[in-house]
Design a protein around this ligand. Sequence first.
Ligand code: PMV
Length: 335
Amino acid sequence: MHALAQAQPNIALVKYWGKRNSTLNLPAVGSLSVTLESLWTRTRVELDPALRTDELTLDGRAARQREIDRVSALLERLRRLAGSAVHARVESANNFPTAAGLASSASGFAALAVAGSGAYGLALPPAELSRIARESSGSAARSIFGGFVEMEAGSADDGHDALARPLLDASAWPLAVLIAITSTREKEVGSTDGMTHTAQTSPYYQAWVAGSPVELQAARSAVLARDFDALAVVSERSCLRMHALASSADPGLIYWNGATVEALHTVRALRRGGTPCFFTVDAGPQVKVVCLPSATGRVAATLREVPGVVEVMQSTLGQGARLIAAEHAPARVSA
Ligand code: PMV
């Protein structure tokens, strides 16, 4: 049995930062995101009764033990559901740089949840796939769905209510997303370590958690009303507050480089001049800019002029994770 799945990264407009339960990986705050179209992870899971442990290659290289452990933990949950003890060979490839703040864990674990459940013969509904992906990476729960997606923090101890749900289809409000790459180095502090450190040491953490429902409500209303200006205001506010929070940890976490800051000023200047665009930044130095499709060319050209921006990638909003081949199809992962 094998299955091949594709998932795309998502970009949070209302940010998730902080966990209410680290063991179950339950978020302390809800979040709201857009799923991209042109960046992807393709993951192939092949069951092999001859294997004694799971095997993993990432972009053609043998994975590190830490990466294998995270993949095995998700496969183990699927094996429990399927009543199977068979291990798997997993090949995963991204068409974008891994672990540089482009949400490769989101598309990676969403693709793994879908390919793995296909390979183990489980027909799981999207909400269940979202819950399974969430246990590996909070943001991965959102990449199960396309378009605009909301992730509930939930309040149940067992986390059954901590899952994502679709809010609005990509086709209902076709926005564009530009990604200004300012560095392709892997980030020094991953999101899980960064969140734990922030929750333990920032004096502002409780205020961040308490303020989250209001931000989500504002973003949800803006999306449902297709109100670009309102979405711009709440998205930039959530991004700047998340980074203010991370930098208020002790020692503070600084994910930006000089080019990141220059790009933020550039986006603000464009918007002041009437171009419909706004920025957001995740746990890395890349700047994501959301704009109306008519502004894409102008925004991309302006971002390319920012000193230190090495590349600008472009995407529309896309679909959720899905199976693209299963069972006996001779499909291989290729980037
Ligand atoms: O779920 P993780 O571990 O990929 O953490 C995601 C954290 C941010 O990207 C910074 C914010 C978000 O909501 O995606």
